[in-house]
Design a protein around this ligand. Structure first.
Ligand code: 13P
Length: 320
C-alpha cells in the first residue's frame, strides 16, 4: 500500500495547521477513552499523553438476513457463543470493564428483537442509518428518537455503501453525526478511500478531507463519544484485506489529523476501528497493531462462530 507522499493537499493542510480550521467550536474540557478506561486496552506508549482505549468490535449485518426468524437465530447464536466467556478466552482479567465492547447493527425491522436476544450477554445494538429530521413528511425514513427508543446506542455514519449507493454527502453525514450526538447516541464515522483513490495514492487526502468535513463543528467534549472506522472501500466485501501495518499507518495518520483538529488528548483517546474483509484468520494480526482499537465486520458477522472468534481475538500479550 502506498502511503508516502512527497507533496499532497493533506500534508499541505497539516503543515499549515489548516485541518483545525474545519472544526470550529472546539472547547477545552477533557475527553475520556470510550465507556471506560481498562487495563488491557490499547495505549500509545510513544505519546506524551498516553490513553487507554477499550476495544470495540462491531458486526454490520447490512441487508441481511432475509427474515426475522433468521435474525433472531443469528443473534441468539452470537449471544450464546459470547456471553460470559468473552473475557475468559482473552486472558485473566474477568472484570466487566476489561471486556471488548460488542455492537451489532441489524436491519431496522429486527433491532428490537435482536436487542432482546443479546442484551443479557452484554452486547449492544446500533442502527445502520437514520434520517436527521425528528418527524414530519419524510416517507420511508427512520428518525434518531425512533432508533434510540428501541435501544440503539451506536449509529453508523458515512459508511461507503451509503456514500456510493445512496449518495450520502459529507454535509449530510456531518448532520447525522451531530444529530446522533445530540440525541445521546454514539456515531461510528466510517471513512476510507475507493480503489480509484487508492490507485491515485491519495488515501491520506481522502481520509483527512472526510474527517474534516464529517466532524465539522463537533466539539472536543463530543469527541469522547465518537468512534472512527477506517474502511478502505476496495477491501470491503472483496476478500482483499488491507495489510495490518498499512492499516495501522492510516490509523496513525487519522490520529495526526485529530491532533490538528483538536489536540493530542483527543487523538489518543479516540477509538479507531479497521473494516474491510476482517475474518477469524486475520483479526489477531490486525488487533496486534497499536493503533487499531477494534474492527467493523461485515460478511463474517453473519456467521456466529466467525464473529465470536473475531470478538475473541487473541490479544497480543497472550497470542504468542
Ligand atoms: P466486509 O467485512 O464484508 O468486508 O464488510 C466490511 C464493512 O463494510 C463493515 O461495515
Amino acid at each position: 500500500m502506498k502511503l508516502s507522499f512527497t507533496l499532497s493537499l493533506t500534508s499541505l493542510l497539516l503543515a499549515a495547521g489548516d485541518v483545525a480550521a474545519f472544526a470550529p467550536g472546539i472547547i477545552s474540557s477533557s475527553s475520556g477513552g470510550g465507556r471506560s478506561s481498562i487495563s488491557n486496552g490499547k495505549s500509545q506508549q510513544s505519546s506524551a499523553l498516553s490513553a487507554e482505549r477499550q476495544p470495540i468490535m462491531a458486526g454490520n449485518w447490512k441487508l441481511n438476513p432475509p427474515t426475522e426468524a433468521e435474525a433472531l437465530a443469528l443473534a441468539t447464536d452470537v449471544a450464546t457463543r459470547l456471553g460470559d466467556e468473552t473475557c475468559a478466552i482473552n486472558g485473566d482479567e474477568m472484570d466487566e470493564a476489561s471486556c471488548t465492547e460488542v455492537v451489532i447493527f441489524p436491519p431496522f425491522p429486527f433491532i428490537s428483537k435482536v436487542r432482546d436476544a443479546v442484551q443479557e450477554a452484554g452486547l449492544i445494538v446500533g442502527a445502520q442509518n437514520f434520517y436527521y429530521q425528528d418527524s414530519g413528511a419524510y416517507t420511508g425514513s427512520v428518525s434518531a428518537p425512533m432508533i434510540k427508543s428501541v435501544g440503539c446506542e451506536y449509529v453508523l455514519c458515512g459508511h461507503s455503501e451509503r456514500r456510493t449507493v445512496f449518495t450520502d454527502t459529507d454535509q449530510g453525514i456531518n448532520l447525522k453525526v451531530k444529530k446522533v450526538l445530540e440525541s445521546g447516541m454514539k456515531p461510528i464515522l466510517c471513512i476510507g478511500e475507493t480503489q480509484e483513490e487508492f490507485d491515485m495514492d491519495i488515501t491520506k487526502e481522502v481520509c483527512a478531507m472526510q474527517l474534516s468535513k464529517d466532524l465539522f463543528g463537533i466539539t472536543k467534549e463530543q469527541m469522547k463519544d465518537v468512534v472512527i472506522a477506517y474502511e478502505p472501500v476496495w477491501a470491503i466485501g472483496t476478500g482483499l484485506v488491507c495489510g495490518s501495518k498499512d492499516a495501522n499507518n492510516v490509523h496513525v495518520f487519522v490520529r495526526e489529523c485529530l491532533t490538528k483538529m483538536y489536540d493530542e488528548e483527543v487523538a489518543q483517546a479516540t477509538r479507531i476501528q479497521y473494516g474491510g474483509s476482517v475474518k477469524p484468520d486475520n483479526v489477531d494480526e490486525l488487533m496486534a497493531m497499536p493503533d487499531i482499537d477494534g474492527c467493523l465486520v461485515g460478511g463474517a458477522s453473519l456467521d456466529g462462530e466467525s464473529f465470536a472468534r473475531i470478538v475473541n481475538y487473541k490479544r497480543a500479550s497472550v497470542a504468542a
